[in-house]
Design a protein around this ligand. Structure first.
Ligand code: GLC
Length: 423
């Protein structure tokens, strides 16, 4: 009887721990983002895992800016601090942080095969799986369906069409009431977000990806200069001068209060723009970003956030189990339905519930598969240096410097970096 009771208890404990052998409860921590509803989603999912396992998790919030978050992580990891077990990392950081991250392969079984293979490849650094994908991002264009209709414009296929429509609608709206109306908002602050925008402008004009797949610096070309010149001409014309200091949330703030015709942002902004308290609810469309005209194409930067275990964690097993739970199909489905976060599991793009909640998701599968990667694989640990050279140059051009000379200078800076880094 006693033996029976003991085995029943063990079976119950196994059940509660999702089938793994029951371990004594531990306390771990996770660094989650707080942009939009990220924190709320993270807390809910973490609470679910705590309920299942009996472990306790402390949530540490991090700055919204990807650039500031990286600085914080680097500082913490350099001191080998064990106070954060699970880190939410940007898709472009695998190479930068790899030496501080645990190999997840021994913990995750076959699950990586469910995810987009390019993302798993992205997270595999010298044969070690240093992170698991949590959600994917791709740059998209939001537009005010009602304003385009009212003023007789179709959704723009090129940046030139967008510029003309934005200007005309902005002027007409200002004349008839909303003096605060602007044509376009995006991420123009000097940080990682501007690198994403600049890459889209350049690539969409057929100007390449700044650094090509072989590691050559390609940015100094006529198409790239044309793209950046056009973007420079927007500031103060169709984009507010303040865009030079806008991140994702600042851009969303202007668009969602009804003060911009177009917005470049990530998919998360969709659910928020459609929220009950949103002044633009029911009046927003989403589409792939415009092309740069003849010889160009649509180009959306690949973004997204992944989860990693710090090498200095005292509980890597539990930390990896939390990651397996958070990145699972069931959890990604929840995030997609509740807050329009793009799953990293292709099968979820055929899921009727996910599609019902996000009518545009089916259309995002192709842009996601073809998304333009930043040169983070090539630059590896030097990516942040590369990107900061890019966003500084783009910012100077948005602030009025002539594109031609500034792009030439950028190419020289990147050539020097390539030489020093030896890629
Ligand atoms: C989004 C993307 C991320 C990118 C960041 C830039 O969070 O998912 O990959 O680096 O925006 O601001």
């Amino acid at each position: 009887m006693r033996a029976l009771l003991a085995s029943a208890l063990i079976a119950l404990a196994l059940l509660a721990s999702g089938g793994r052998s029951a371990a004594a409860p531990v306390e771990i921590s996770i660094a989650c983002g707080a942009l939009g509803v990220e924190l709320e989603l993270c807390s809910e999912a973490v609470a679910e895992w705590e309920g299942r396992t009996g472990h306790e998790v402390t949530i540490v919030t991090t700055p919204n800016s990807s650039t500031d978050r990286l600085a914080l992580y680097l500082q913490m990891l350099a001191s080998r601090a064990d106070d954060i077990d699970v880190l939410q990392i940007d898709v472009v950081w695998a190479g930068i942080l790899a030496s501080h991250l645990a190999d997840l392969l021994p913990y995750v079984g076959d699950t990586p095969a469910d995810h987009f293979p390019t993302l798993i490849e992205n997270d595999t650094v010298v044969g070690r799986l240093v992170a698991m994908p949590w959600w994917a991002d791709v740059g998209v264009l939001y537009f005010r369906r009602d304003l385009l209709e009212r003023h007789g414009f179709a959704p723009p296929r090129t940046w030139q069409e967008l510029t003309a429509a934005a200007r005309a609608i902005q002027e007409a709206e200002r004349a008839t009431g909303n003096r605060r109306m602007w044509g376009l908002v995006y991420q123009g602050k000097a940080y990682e977000g501007l690198t994403c925008n600049a890459l889209e402008w350049i690539d969409s004009f057929g100007g390449g990806t700044i650094v090509d797949a072989a590691g050559e610096i390609t940015v100094n070309n006529a198409r790239a200069i044309e793209a950046l010149s056009l973007a420079g001409s927007w500031v103060g014309d169709i984009a507010p001068p303040g865009v030079l200091n806008y991140d994702e949330e600042a851009a969303r703030g202007v668009f969602q209060t009804g003060n911009s015709v177009f917005m470049r942002n990530w998919p998360y902004a969709w659910k928020l723009a459609q929220g009950e308290d949103s002044p633009v609810r029911g009046r927003v469309g989403v589409m792939p970003l415009p092309s740069g005209g003849p010889g160009g194409k649509t180009s959306g930067t690949l973004g997204g956030w992944h989860l990693a275990v710090s090498r200095y964690s005292r509980h890597p097993q539990e930390a990896a189990d939390l990651i397996a739970f958070l990145t699972s199909r069931a959890q990604q489905k929840k995030r997609a339905i509740k807050a329009s976060y793009n799953p990293t599991i292709p099968a979820l793009y055929d899921d009727p519930d996910v599609l019902a909640a996000n009518p545009f998701f089916g259309d995002l599968l192709e842009p996601l598969r073809n998304a333009t990667a930043r040169p983070s694989r090539i630059a590896g640990p030097h990516y942040n240096r590369l990107s900061s050279d890019v966003w500084r140059a783009a910012h100077d051009i948005l602030a009025g410097q002539p594109a031609e000379a500034r792009v030439e200078q950028l190419a020289e800076e990147l050539d020097r970096l390539k030489y020093r880094a030896g890629w």
